[in-house]
Design a protein around this ligand. Structure first.
Ligand code: ADP
Ligand code: MG
Length: 457
């Protein structure tokens, strides 16, 4: 706490010269104590509600940016009025009279949350609107409207971001809420660590008091039966107390493999939403928002350049962000203008393999399609069509199987070559052929023959 107070004094003295004197005197000058440091928030005490609002509107952003230079972890300032602070202290005494007084305000519950993930900087479009609205509702009324909230979609599309928004939002309105963000593989690791020392109670205790549990990438619980059992117990415990649970995954709950069904069936009790790839105009909006965050100069990069970046990086928001940063860095570091030509140069090493890869994949898939349609004596257009007669359906499933096993493309991507079939249709086709090959020797021979043919080219 003393360390934070020293930092505050340092920042305050810089602010005193950065802002107009009168305004500084009326707002920041009298701030001289820290109420508490909790969940990576440093709570400064201000005189009254009026001063608090004024600082929040005019100075808080700047104060937080300055704080970043002094701390290695992502701390932020928050303000409480004298009245609020006193009330909270007296409430705490009422509810837990046994605790020694000096512990108040010092207890730190590690939420694992990244404070930069907020609803405010999450850009909404068709591909994520439902997920976004559901997340806001959950954050507004945790445990009431959708429990659990299950968010799924491919990598880099904003699942983690959105899930953490929920946690940050809840904490912002009630700093005493115990919010925990944990990746499913960390949950497994923690279980293994404590189970190996037979400290089952300790494992259990750290989760049982939680108000909001955010579990990221639940698919990593696959095959970890013991951890699944523990997670099941925890889920039951929190769910029965109407504590909010949010889960993300790379696939729908019914497509989760090697996770016990009594657990996955519970994921369907609440609300399930998916996030898809953003369309071009949505990608442009995301880039504009990111640019504002990086530079706070709206027109630094011409729209044409933004459009160019958005048109090339259509797969994944993380890549899109990376591309923007690269262009920014390239042009500012060398003092070049932000032109499409310069953006192309900056991104060349990322774009070329992408383009080559796309062409490569396309030609390989066309090759599989023509080999399979030849073999079964049907046309390629029937093979990729939506017609459901068996003489088309079966070869179609075989083609999907071949593409998945030879080139390991994402299910959704494979579906896009078959009249936009969805992720789960492709996944089921692949599973079906895998099973058929086990039970029917002739099918196995057929598919293996085709596989060799496809691999030869
Ligand atoms: P996932 O968990 O689905 O793999 P992340 O949540 O880690 O994806 O998102 C990857 C990156 O893209 C993050 O930096 C995130 O802030 C950003 N991002 C994703 N979707 C959006 C969005 N709709 N608006 C703003 N940023 C986004
Ligand atoms: Mg993620």
């Amino acid at each position: 706490m003393q360390e934070h107070l020293d930092i505050w004094h340092e920042i305050k003295s810089q602010l005193s010269v950065a802002f107009e004197e009168q305004s500084y005197k009326e707002t920041l000058e009298s701030i001289d104590s820290i109420f508490k440091v909790k969940n990576n928030y440093v709570f400064l005490i201000v005189e009254n509600e009026f001063v608090k609002k004024r600082i929040e509107m005019l100075y808080l952003k700047k104060m937080n940016r300055m704080l970043e230079n002094y701390v290695s972890e992502p701390y932020q300032y928050r303000l409480v009025t004298q009245d609020q602070a006193e009330k909270e202290l007296s409430d705490q005494k009422k509810y837990s009279p046994a605790l020694p007084e000096e512990q108040f305000g010092q207890e730190i519950f590690n939420t694992n949350l990244n404070l930069s993930y907020t609803f405010d900087n999450f850009v909404v479009g068709n591909s994520n609107r439902l997920a976004y609205t559901s997340a806001i509702k959950v954050a507004d009324q945790p445990g009431v409207v959708a429990n659990p909230l299950y968010i799924f979609g491919d990598v880099g599309l904003g699942k983690t971001h959105l899930m953490q928004c929920v946690g940050n939002y809840i904490l912002e309105s009630d700093i005493n809420k115990k919010v925990l963000y944990i990746k499913a593989d960390q949950f497994v690791e923690e279980y293994v660590r404590l189970a190996s020392k037979k400290k089952f109670d300790e494992f259990h205790d750290q989760f049982k008091e939680i108000d909001v549990l955010l579990v990221d990438d639940i698919q990593f619980l696959a095959k970890k039966e013991k951890s699944q059992q523990e997670f099941f117990k925890l889920f039951e415990l929190l769910f029965n107390q109407q504590k909010q649970i949010v889960i993300t995954s790379d696939r729908s709950a019914s497509d989760l493999k090697d996770i016990m069904s009594r657990l996955t069936s519970r994921f369907l009790w609440g609300v399930t939403v998916d996030i898809n790839r953003p369309e071009l105009d949505h990608r442009i909006k995301i880039l504009e928002k990111k640019m504002m965050a990086e530079t706070s100069e709206k027109d630094l990069i011409p729209h044409k350049v933004i459009e160019y970046i958005a048109s090339v990086f259509d797969n994944n928001v993380r890549e899109l962000e990376g591309a923007l940063k690269r262009v920014l860095f390239y042009c500012t570091a060398f003092g070049y203008d932000f032109t499409v030509k310069n953006a192309e140069i900056a991104l060349e090493s990322l774009v070329k393999p992408k383009r080559d890869h796309k062409d490569f994949v396309k030609s390989k898939i066309n090759n599989v399609l023509s080999i399979v349609s030849d073999y079964y004596n049907i046309s390629t257009s029937d093979l990729v069509s939506k017609k459901r007669t068996r003489n088309f359906l079966y070869p179609r499933q075989v083609s999907m199987y071949l593409i998945k096993t030879i080139y390991d493309l994402p299910y959704k991507k494979i579906g896009s070559y078959f009249s936009n079939r969805d992720h789960s249709t492709v996944m089921h086709s692949v599973e079906k052929i895998t099973n058929d090959m086990i039970v029917d020797k002739n099918i196995k021979i057929d598919v293996e023959k085709l596989s060799i043919k496809c691999g030869e080219n």
